[in-house]
Design a protein around this ligand. Structure first.
Ligand SMILES: Cc1cc2nc3c(=O)[nH]c(=O)nc-3n(C[C@H](O)[C@H](O)[C@H](O)COP(=O)(O)OP(=O)(O)OC[C@H]3O[C@@H](n4cnc5c(N)ncnc54)[C@H](O)[C@@H]3O)c2cc1C
Length: 326
């Protein structure tokens, strides 16, 4: 709980101390996690504040039954795997998770593109933002990727990465100092200069960089959560949002272990192969002759994505087929 003030820690301890009797299904493992922040990045966190349902509730919903799940655990697991495999999605929508997140604004900008959730964010019109800025670890400060315009490439020298971290820190401090000057108040809320008016919070905030931390509550059903995780726990997602997705994945594993297992098998660890890719794959299995990918109508990029998934195929292509370019 290192990213919190003493008051915030006390609030969490009070919330954890309160208990209520319920007939609703609960998960002992999630109850243990409730309210406690899982640290993410340098000052962020994710914490579960509420949830509804469990593996058995998904089975119950799928069967529209009166009782809880099937009689056997193996039956629940098998049905959940079937639902996931065949994209029978609505039973997963019957379970819900509500989390409290502290993340930099540039992460929330990506996060909030996932429209199928309910959000309430901290108001910087109403309240003063905290002096909390994301400064990447030296190892995460990398150069622009040459092959992927949307990503990071090689790590930078320690000297250059240190310079970047210093610029980020100095700019953040400078902007925040000016934010307080415009508000005409100190971090603890005292007026700086009695002769000056404090600028409205909604205006003072506009010079703050997008690395500043914000907070929000996020409530989402399990299916849309899995959709979020499939995109944001993926290697194509930006490292910073991936760090949050990984923390939430661990919560999902604790909460609904059968769903997590099916999701890992049929979505996270699975691949996508087009009709053309399947034709090439079938040909590779039925013939030993070198294969000409052009005959199968695969573009260079599609071929690269296919051989990324099945590297063994690269050795089966004709010599003239250009080697997958990174
Ligand atoms: C690696 C990566 C790079 C990206 N790059 C960019 C970028 O450069 N620029 C950019 O703007 N965005 C970018 N995005 C955001 C992306 O386009 C999606 O907006 C985001 O991932 C949310 O996905 P979603 O729409 O499936 O999720 P949700 O909004 O949660 O929707 C879930 C599903 O509900 C359905 N749905 C939701 N709303 C509607 C609707 N209004 N109409 C029809 N169906 C709907 C769709 O089936 C959708 O898939 C990027 C995302 C990723 C993962």
């Amino acid at each position: 709980m290192s990213h919190l003030t003493d008051d915030q820690r006390q609030d969490i301890e009070d919330a954890r101390a309160a208990q209520s009797l319920t007939r609703r299904p609960t998960s002992a493992a999630v109850e243990e996690l409730m309210f406690t922040p899982v640290n993410v990045l340098d000052k962020g966190f994710v914490r579960v504040v509420d949830y509804m349902g469990d593996d058995a509730a998904i089975v119950q919903g799928a069967r529209v039954s009166y009782g809880r799940g099937t009689k056997k655990i193996s039956g629940d697991r098998g049905l959940i795997r079937y639902l996931m495999r065949h994209r029978h999605t609505t039973p997963f929508e019957l379970a819900e998770l509500k989390i409290h997140v502290r993340a930099p604004i540039f992460v929330t900008r990506q996060w909030f593109r996932h429209r199928t959730a309910s959000i309430n964010e901290y108001s910087a019109r109403y309240s003063v933002l905290e002096r909390e800025f994301y400064i990447p670890e030296i190892e995460s400060i990398a150069a622009q990727s040459e092959s992927n315009r949307q990503g990071r490439g090689e790590a930078m020298s320690a000297e250059r990465a240190g310079e970047v971290a210093r610029i980020l820190r100095e700019d953040a401090a400078h902007c925040y100092d000016n934010y307080l000057l415009m508000l005409n108040e100190t971090e603890t809320g005292e007026t700086i200069d009695e002769s000056k008016a404090g600028l409205a919070r909604e205006l003072a905030r506009i010079n703050l960089p997008i690395g500043i931390y914000t907070q929000f509550y996020w409530k989402v059903n399990l299916w849309n959560l899995l959709r979020f995780l499939s995109l944001r726990a993926d290697s194509h997602a930006q490292y910073e949002i991936r760090a949050y997705a990984d923390a939430i994945l661990a919560i999902v594993e604790t909460w609904v272990p059968h769903v997590y297992e099916a999701f890992a098998d049929y979505v996270l660890g699975a691949g996508t192969i087009s009709a053309q890719g399947l034709s090439l794959l079938r040909a590779a299995l039925t013939s030993t002759a070198p294969l000409d990918p052009e005959r199968f109508g695969l573009s260079g990029r599609e071929l690269r994505e296919l051989t990324d998934q099945i590297p063994e195929l690269a050795g089966r292509l004709t010599a003239k087929a250009s080697p997958p370019v990174r």
